[in-house]
Design a protein around this ligand. Structure first.
Ligand code: NAD
Length: 242
């Protein structure tokens, strides 16, 4: 009999958005949309050539804005609407497909494509328009200090105070479409397990940290996740006393 959960933490990665047409990170030999990761996702790359980095994210922004959520994102909406637990979604994705699908309590630990942060005053600008090396910060009015609000390799993750709390109190940890290679997110499962959570992953290929999961569901998340969500919701009816 499936346990009734009170607190569910969901970690998502690039794989959940693959069926929406957005390329995953590792799908093409370490290149992200044909660019070297060192060039477009590191502080050194940004300092070396900020114009190139802005161009890269401006292009990706157009692609992301056109993308639509897939059945995996909608399965999470259903879970949040029909399963009476606290359900938080921590995403490594910089796209906004969780929000577009109606998911609630979404925390973007690697930033968001539709935001830029001012390196002078910290203001976060929300925009689907282009940002470049001459963009003026609407708060401090300084020009040329905006950086895409994307967490580059070596930078601190966002929302980690909240994530630490979620990891300690969740009784079910679900990982979807993440390779278990990019730390610290790849280590979240270990903390959740240490504090007693059941752990399950949905992925296409075996992940680097697979030994930390109680259960692995291999296949496309758009097919496997809706089934699992239905099972969780059905299990409520089979455990009426809880
Ligand atoms: P990754 O590319 O390293 O790994 C993707 C994982 O998803 C793999 O384990 C793969 O087996 C799995 N996968 C692929 N298609 C799937 C599908 N249809 N269903 C289920 N699983 C599937 O991604 P990562 O671990 O998230 O790390 C890459 C980093 O790059 C992230 O931190 C993220 O910030 C960034 N990124 C974001 C996006 C986005 O926002 N959509 C896209 C690419 C990269």
């Amino acid at each position: 009999m499936t346990r009734i959960y009170k607190n569910i933490l969901i970690l998502t990665g690039a794989g959940i958005s693959a069926e929406s047409g957005l390329a995953t990170f590792r799908s093409s030999n370490g290149l992200w949309n044909n660019h070297k990761v060192e060039d477009v996702a590191t502080i050194e790359g940004f300092e070396r050539n900020p114009a190139l980095v802005h161009d890269f994210y401006n292009e990706l922004k157009v692609e992301v804005q056109k993308a639509e959520p897939n059945p995996a994102h909608f399965a999470l909406t259903k879970l949040q609407q029909e399963y009476p637990a606290e359900i938080n979604i921590v995403t490594q994705n910089v796209d906004t497909l969780h929000e577009k699908a109606g998911n609630k309590n979404v925390y973007h630990i690697h930033g968001q494509i539709n935001q830029a942060v001012c390196l002078n005053c910290g203001h976060v600008l929300e925009t689907w328009g282009d940002v470049d090396t001459e963009t003026i910060c609407p708060q401090c009015e300084v020009s040329g200090m905006m950086k895409p609000n994307i967490v580059f390799f070596g930078e601190n993750l966002l929302c980690m105070d909240k994530v630490e709390v979620f990891l300690r109190k969740c009784d079910l940890f679900i990982s979807i479409g993440t390779s278990g290679v990019v730390y610290p997110a790849a280590g979240f499962v270990q903390t959740a397990k240490y504090y007693g959570a059941d752990t399950i992953e949905f992925t296409l290929d075996m992940t680097a940290n697979n030994y930390l999961f109680d259960k692995h569901v291999l296949g496309k998340a758009g097919e496997t996740l809706p089934k699992y969500v239905d099972e969780l919701i059905t299990s409520l009816k089979k455990n009426p006393a809880e």
